[in-house]
Design a protein around this ligand. Structure first.
Ligand code: KIV
Ligand code: ZN
Length: 507
């Protein structure tokens, strides 16, 4: 009989806190809704006490999610717990995720607390959190490097005080699978009241073992796994949700366990995260990498044509990867577009379909065929609506190998006012255009990352552009897509500026 493992997704907390992966409130809500469609049991929405922005994000996710439990991270501090409870007030199923480190290394150098002090804090703060929210997950940070006897006492104390889930962590990704499985067994055997609660595991990927350790933990009796989409997270990341889930699904014979995730939503969830953050997964990434279903070698292609099972253990359909059946082009109508989008899992409202059809027609006029990937980029971009403080009206650039590049950019402010600037730069026309926009906007910010990817192979590919800017210690991501990469770059930069102004309340 297969056990059901709960999936605790921490993309919006552990994932989002990694450099380059920050998301704004609208993006977090969009991502949370997709995680709910994916079917995760718990969405960790953030660490509300960390900043007003985090608080607002947890609150917004709590309000918008109906099925999944919404969790908020909290230190063992009354003020953190109060803030977490307030942020979760509108959640249908709220959970506070309390954590404190338990290894001697952390106690001595980070917390400067004795074991007795930790134990007292665990008892007191779990009990306090329990007065606010029924569902309490208690996490011992750096559990895998903690003294075993002390760890048992800490978990026993947390359960006694009302914890419903205990979290066993491999915070620094140091464990080997057998070792981590032993730790889970030891906790099960030595913590007296353990049967009353779920055992979660939280593995990092510093040595590339996060998924292997999570699977070993399931075999040892863990009933919940913390993971993130595309494996994002602190340093080398967390256990990758898609890899963990597909292991359960494909190797039922080994793990005898299943979960509630609808695997057909995996590809879409991964693509949405890449689109929001501007960070693509490596091409050879298991399950969701661009090459995960590509067969280059002749002998492999021959095998695949005869029977896909020769070289594929997962089908593209099982993760919802679009497999093109009909080709859309400039003669295709709105109905065909809608049909194709539905097959790809995107149900658009009538207004959204009209907007998508307009973009589709513009693209189909310039290209013979429009691929599924291009359709996907088109509809994912529609999802996040940031107020358009500035819009591009006109631009022109000049460049050459022996002259400075120049750019003239004209923007329309939402008040209707037209503003323009012209700049010359030795660093090329895109830099010149960006500097012209910065002059118009007059806020002190810096460009920190700029990426152009081809949406499809071929010389007629559209460019998918991401621009990241930093202002006041925060990163804002803008994106755009188009056949003209200079224009798409300018639009991505304007999008980043609009996101920044919106977050600063200055739109
Ligand atoms: O890695 C870790 O130990 C954590 C906990 C705070 C859950 O992220
Ligand atoms: Zn972590």
């Amino acid at each position: 009989m297969a056990r059901t493992i709960k999936i605790f997704d921490t993309t919006l907390r552990d994932g989002e806190q990694a450099p380059g992966f920050s998301m704004n409130l609208a993006e977090k809500v969009e991502m949370a809704k997709q995680l709910e469609r994916l079917g995760v049991d718990v969405i960790e929405a953030g660490f509300a006490a960390a900043s007003p922005g985090d608080f607002a994000a947890v609150q917004a996710v709590a309000k918008n999610i109906n099925q999944s439990t919404v969790a908020c991270l909290s230190r063992l501090l009354k003020k953190d717990i109060d803030i977490a409870a307030e942020a979760l007030a509108l959640a249908k199923k709220p959970r506070i995720h309390l954590f404190i480190a338990t290894s001697d290394l952390h106690l001595e150098y980070k917390l400067k607390m004795s074991r007795e002090q930790i134990l007292a804090a665990v008892g007191e703060m779990v009990a306090y959190a329990k007065t606010k929210v029924e569902d309490i997950q208690f996490c011992a940070e750096d559990a895998s490097r903690s003294n075993r006897e002390f760890l048992y006492q800490v978990y026993a104390k947390a359960i006694e005080a009302g914890a419903t889930v205990i979290n066993i962590t491999d915070t620094v990704g140091y464990s080997a699978p057998e070792e981590f499985a032993r730790l889970v067994c030891d906790v099960r055997e030595n913590v007296p009241n353990i049967k009353a609660v779920d055992i979660s595991v939280h593995c990092h990927n510093d040595l590339g073992m996060a998924v292997a350790n999570s699977l070993a933990a399931v075999q040892a009796g863990a009933s919940q796994v913390d993971c993130t989409v595309n494996g994002i997270g602190e340093r080398a990341g967390n256990a990758s949700l898609e890899e963990f889930v597909m292991n359960l699904s494909v190797r039922k014979d080994v793990y005898h366990a299943c979960c509630q995730v609808d695997t057909r939503e995996i590809y879409k969830t991964s693509a949405l995260l890449s689109s929001i953050t501007g960070i693509k997964v490596q091409p050879n990434k298991a399950v969701v990498g661009a090459n995960a279903f590509a067969h280059e070698a002749g002998i492999h292609q021959h095998g695949i044509m005869a029977n896909r099972k020769t070289y594929e253990v997962i089908t593209p359909e099982s993760i919802g990867l679009p497999v093109n059946k009909i080709v859309l082009g400039k003669h295709s109508g709105k109905h065909a577009l809608n049909q194709r989008l539905l097959e790809m899992g995107y149900a658009l409202t009538a207004v959204e379909l009209d907007q998508a059809f307009e973009k589709f027609k513009a693209l189909a006029d310039r290209k013979k065929e429009v691929s599924d990937r291009e359709l996907e980029v088109m509809v994912i971009q529609r999802a996040i609506q940031i107020p358009q403080t500035y819009q591009l009206a006109n631009y022109s650039v000049s460049m050459g190998n022996s002259i400075s590049s120049t750019a003239w950019v004209q923007l329309v402010h939402k008040s209707g006012q037209v503003r323009e600037a012209a700049v010359a730069s030795h660093e090329g026309p895109i830099t010149a255009a960006f500097q012209a926009i910065s002059q118009i906007v007059r806020v002190d910010f810096q460009l920190v990352d700029f990426v152009i990817n081809a949406v499809t192979p071929g010389t007629d590919a559209q460019g998918e552009v991401y621009a990241k800017i930093r202002c006041g210690g925060r990163i804002y991501t803008g994106s755009s897509v188009g056949m003209d990469t200079v224009e798409a770059s300018i639009c991505a930069y304007i999008d980043a500026v609009n996101t920044m102004l919106w977050a600063m309340g200055r739109q």
